[in-house]
Design a protein around this ligand. Structure first.
Ligand code: ATP
Length: 424
């Protein structure tokens, strides 16, 4: 790919959701360009996740015109005046619009100062050369390309290269972006970029960024199509250890645990727990408090924090308990109050090494036993004359245990009889 084929990019845009309307609107606008991931993905023969457009004028005005062409009332516009950006979203897709800008970093790790700029300057503010490609959408130069000089060669060679020496120092969130692109595109950092990344990590660049921004990047990492590869790349870069020396990522463990997690489990909770596992097992620290503090700093919600915490802390202890659960009712005692992610992680921790049987028990619980329900309810026991109160729950639990262990024949009658006979 010696040259970047802008005309081909525009032809492909015409087949994307919102593409024809965008091309129509920008037909005579030489100040409008397609930028970022879309030209990159289209030149690679793929389909972009969204379209990013920069314009010379008012982004909100442009977004309004675009929205009315695309979907009228059904297209929603969100405007961020402070950043000069707007998003058009409708059922079939999304287009991000930004005013062309130039950026300077007042101090390392701070948010950039932004001023209106040219397309050339907009290309220069980007993270990696393969993302610094702009295809002019309209006017006499329609289809021409403005890109970083190395963009074409790097795209062809599947390389991630920063645009200048201070890139990671100016904005260390680019270290996390590097890992994400590495996983998503399968591109490798070019040697000097790898060196700059390692230097930035080693000299504490990540400490200059707010934890809230790092948390947002972590959530994007977890939302990648292949989050295991993205976290492995983060770990390899030393980013996890820079956030806390005990953070890490065991890729094989994560893969085994995800394979064990049922459809209704939360992969992101499980993967974060894998990242926190060593910390959760560090006897020298108050692990639950430290984990909670870390997750709060990254601005995970309280629900996410509790689920991750429980998973990371419970899983190691569950391994022995699962092995000792010699029948389904015992398995229920051990596993029912744990999140699915905790059981899956315990199963993955146990698989292939002693204590044998724990992995199988986790698997059986997740696939089979947790779905077993009684045909009778508390109302049936009340109707049969059992007084309201905790005794109802105890009788139902006793029947469920016998049902799980195969001691009852099928049907309501057998369950009701067992409930009434139970000695509780
Ligand atoms: P894609 O590159 O496929 O759009 P994405 O959706 O993860 O991936 P966005 O966060 O939407 O990326 O960013 C869109 C574009 O904006 C990127 O391709 C890149 O050119 C630029 N960009 C985003 N964040 C940064 C940053 N921190 N520094 C420099 N450029 C950035």
């Amino acid at each position: 790919m010696a040259e970047l084929q802008g005309q081909e990019v525009l032809a492909a845009v015409g087949h994307l959701a919102g593409g024809p309307e965008l091309l129509e609107l920008t037909r005579s606008r030489e100040d409008a360009a397609l930028v970022g991931g879309a030209p990159r993905d289209l030149l690679l023969g793929g389909t972009p996740r969204e379209l990013d457009v920069v314009v010379g004028g008012d982004a909100a005005l442009f977004a309004g015109d675009l929205a009315s062409r695309i979907g009228g009332a059904s297209a929603a516009i969100t405007v961020h005046d402070r950043f000069g950006t707007a998003v058009v979203e409708w059922e079939g897709g999304r287009i991000d619009v930004a005013e062309q800008r130039a950026e300077t970093y007042p101090s390392p790790g701070a948010l950039p100062e932004v001023r209106p700029g040219t397309i050339g300057e907009d290309v220069q503010r980007r993270d990696f050369t393969v993302n610094s490609i702009a295809v002019i959408l309209g006017g006499p130069r329609r289809g021409s390309v403005q890109a970083s000089p190395e963009a074409a060669a790097d795209l062809a060679a599947a390389r991630l290269r920063v645009l200048h020496e201070r890139s990671f120092v100016d904005d260390p969130t680019r270290l996390l972006r590097l890992a994400r692109y590495r996983a998503r595109l399968g591109f490798a950092p070019e040697a000097h970029t790898a060196l700059l990344a390692a230097e930035a990590v080693a000299t504490g660049a990540l400490a200059t960024v707010s934890r809230a921004r790092l948390g947002a990047e972590l959530r994007l990492t977890l939302a990648e199509p292949d989050p295991v590869a993205a976290l492995a790349a983060l770990d390899e870069l030393g980013v996890l250890a820079a956030l806390d020396p005990q953070l890490g990522f065991d890729r094989d463990l994560a893969t085994r645990a995800l394979a064990m997690l049922p459809e209704d489990g939360r992969p992101a909770v499980l993967l974060l727990a894998v990242v926190l596992l060593a910390l959760s097992m560090d006897g020298g620290r108050d692990a639950p408090t430290d984990i909670a503090r870390l997750l709060d700093g990254f601005e995970f919600t309280a629900t996410e924090r509790e689920a991750v915490l429980k998973t990371a802390v419970l899983a190691p202890a569950l391994v022995d308990q699962l092995r000792e659960a010699d029948r389904p009712s015992r398995l229920r005692d051990v596993a029912a109050s744990s999140p699915l992610e905790g059981v899956a992680l315990a199963g993955a921790l146990a698989s292939g090494r002693p204590p044998y049987g724990a992995a199988e028990a986790a698997h059986e619980w997740l696939r089979r036993w947790r779905h077993v329900r009684l045909a009778i309810t508390g109302d049936d026991l009340l109707a049969a004359g059992i007084p309201p109160g905790p005794e109802i729950g105890r009788r139902l639990a006793s029947v469920l245990a016998r049902r799980l262990d195969g001691e009852l024949s099928d049907g309501r009658d057998a369950e009701l009889q067992a409930a009434l006979e139970a000695s509780v």
